[in-house]
Design a binder for this molecule. Structure first.
Ligand SMILES: [Mg+2]
Length: 332
């Protein structure tokens, strides 16, 4: 099924969701949703506000494809990780307690204004209190090459699963891997477009790729891209509502190999959601998991959370502009 612009404009609903926890400097998350005649369910289009039309169009193509393509699921639940911001060691227990039971945690490091000693203290505190936990760190590209090497050498003492985006540039990721290979490297920010994962693989820049369904053009394309790289993938979210999170869960549930827990437990960062049942993890006896289901949207919530009129207008204009960049398989 292909969409037309009038169809998309007619069915566009924009919600403005308050964040429970500030994230990426975002206090409210604006998300476009589509539902209407001929669609089997709701679909989410949620490019971040600063994205240009061409990039937003890739996310829109993913949204449209999500209404017609369903992958074959190989599992009915997907394990997910807890996340720890760059807090002081004294606060580690309180913050992690909010996640309930978990087996994998991603710890933020390389925060601006903090030192390697702060990172070591935070990671040590988690390791001491959770000797069995799978611990990964995320630097969001915050170190230069020398800092990253020094940090990984120091933090490797705590048995890390991997280090996410220790440096910003892809070629530096590759250099870092050659300098110090005791901690596997994951590429996250280096993967924002469909061509990026292959480049990361070709340069030998990472052991693991962090992938999100929307920026890669949808679940099926993401599956193809991951297969092409031959690298293990960690499916992550783009701060979506439960509608978008369910797409991520579908992607993860369709992967042959899922050696790492996924970054899809971000629903708790939102102060509200649009579905009857929210995509929040539960403990299944061995891991925190999300179910591979498509949650049902509550129209009352969509009404309640409706963005102000001028924001609706802004998104209608975004939609018109992104439309010019859509690939031929999804648009007429
Ligand atoms: Mg990351």
């Amino acid at each position: 099924m292909k969409w037309t612009l009038p169809f998309a404009l007619e069915h566009l609903r924009v919600v403005s969701i308050p964040m429970a926890v500030r994230f990426r400097g975002v206090e409210t998350r604006e998300v476009a949703l589509f539902n209407g005649d001929g669609l089997t369910g709701w679909a989410e289009w949620s490019p971040f506000l600063e994205y240009e039309p061409a990039e937003a169009a890739t996310w829109l193509a993913a949204c449209i494809r999500s209404t017609v393509e369903r992958p074959t699921l190989l599992r009915d639940r997907v394990p997910v990780n807890a996340s720890l911001p760059a807090v002081a060691p004294e606060r580690v227990q309180t913050v992690l307690a909010r996640y309930g039971l978990w087996r994998t945690v991603k710890i933020k490091v390389a925060e601006r204004g903090q030192s390697l000693e702060d990172d070591v203290a935070r990671v040590r505190s988690v390791r001491e209190q959770h000797p069995e936990a799978r611990i990964r760190i995320d630097a969001n590209g915050g170190w230069d090459l020398d800092q990253a090497e020094r940090a990984l050498r120091a933090l490797s003492a705590f048995d890390l699963e991997y280090a996410e985006q220790p440096v910003a540039a892809v070629d530096e990721l590759a250099q870092l891997r050659r300098r110090f290979d005791a901690v596997p490297i994951a590429a996250d920010e280096s993967i924002r477009k469909a061509a990026d994962p292959l480049r990361v693989a070709q340069l030998g820049a990472a052991d693991v790729i962090v992938v999100k369904a929307q920026p890669l053009g949808g679940v099926r394309r993401a599956l193809e891209i991951i297969a092409e790289t031959g690298l293990p993938a960690v499916v992550s979210s783009a701060l979506e509502t439960s509608v978008g999170l369910a797409e991520g869960v579908q992607l993860a549930a369709a992967l042959d190999d899922l050696p790492y827990d996924c970054g899809l437990a971000t629903g708790a960062l939102l102060g509200a959601d649009v579905t009857y049942e929210r995509m929040l993890p539960t403990w299944d006896g061995s891991a925190a998991v999300l179910p591979a289901i498509l949650p049902t949207v509550d129209e009352h919530l969509v009404d309640e959370l409706a963005a102000p009129r001028e924001r609706q207008e802004h998104w209608r204009e975004r939609l018109r502009q992104a439309w010019q960049h859509l690939p031929a398989d999804v648009a007429d």
